[in-house]
Design a protein around this ligand. Structure first.
Ligand code: E4P
Length: 217
């Protein structure tokens, strides 16, 4: 499973990149606002750090402006995935950019039918928002499983990018039901490494090794 980090925080991206676990980055207008940075220079900086796909979202909602914004964003770097909303205009932009070999991430997906439309439009990634579905009493994980089955039935190569991840269980559960990618907030990626028994076991090994008085180097 690929791990993307869902943030506009450059320092976090650089730190996570050092772990060797990071396969890409997703941003959205809310994350850009939170970063307090200028959008285009920030995206350029992220593309300078991470080799994998970096999702940069269009701001307009009409086709004419969205396609211009999408082309401008795609010109920033070869690893840009233009992020478009799951609307008729967004999918029209998706089809056009995909036909030109630009990666496209279709965002704000909340149903299997929407995911089917995105695959038909040639999306590189479809982003079902698990957490926001769970928030309203629906089952985000069931949606990921449904999309995986549908894409399998027809051999679509659109990758399922589990988004709106709120806790560690969302990560392995997405992996179990067939998501190709999870985009995860930095804090949750760091939590994935942790287990109290790992800490306890390591403390004991360190103490016992020190008691032997030996050195490997
Ligand atoms: C996905 O690309 C979105 O940026 C993100 O996962 C949304 O998550 P949220 O529901 O926590 O805002």
């Amino acid at each position: 499973m690929k791990f993307f980090v869902d943030t506009g925080d450059l320092d976090e991206i650089a730190k996570l990149n050092e772990t060797g676990m990071l396969d890409g980055v997703t941003t959205n207008p809310s994350l850009i606002k939170k970063s307090g940075k200028e959008f285009i220079p920030l995206i350029k900086d992220i593309c300078g750090i991470v080799r994998g796909p970096v999702s940069a979202e269009v701001a307009a909602t009409d086709y004419e402006t969205m396609i211009k914004e999408g082309r401008k964003l795609a010109d920033i770097a070869s690893n840009i995935a233009v992020k478009v909303p799951l609307t008729p205009a967004g999918l029209r932009v998706c089809k056009e950019l995909s036909d030109d070999d630009v990666m496209v991430n279709v965002t704000l997906c909340f149903s299997a039918n929407q995911a089917l439309l995105a695959a038909k439009a040639g999306a590189t990634f479809i982003s079902p928002f698990i957490g926001r579905l769970d928030d309203i009493g629906l089952d985000g994980m069931e949606l990921i499983g449904d999309i995986a089955q549908i894409y399998d039935n027809y051999g679509y190569d659109t990758q399922i990018l589990a988004a709106s991840i709120r806790h560690c269980a969302h990560v392995y559960m997405s992996a179990k039901v067939g998501a190709d990618v999870a985009t995860i907030p930095p804090k949750i990626i760091w939590q994935l490494f942790q287990h109290p028994l790992t800490d306890k076991g390591l403390d004991a090994f360190v103490a016992d090794w020190a008691a032997t008085g030996q050195s490997i180097l």
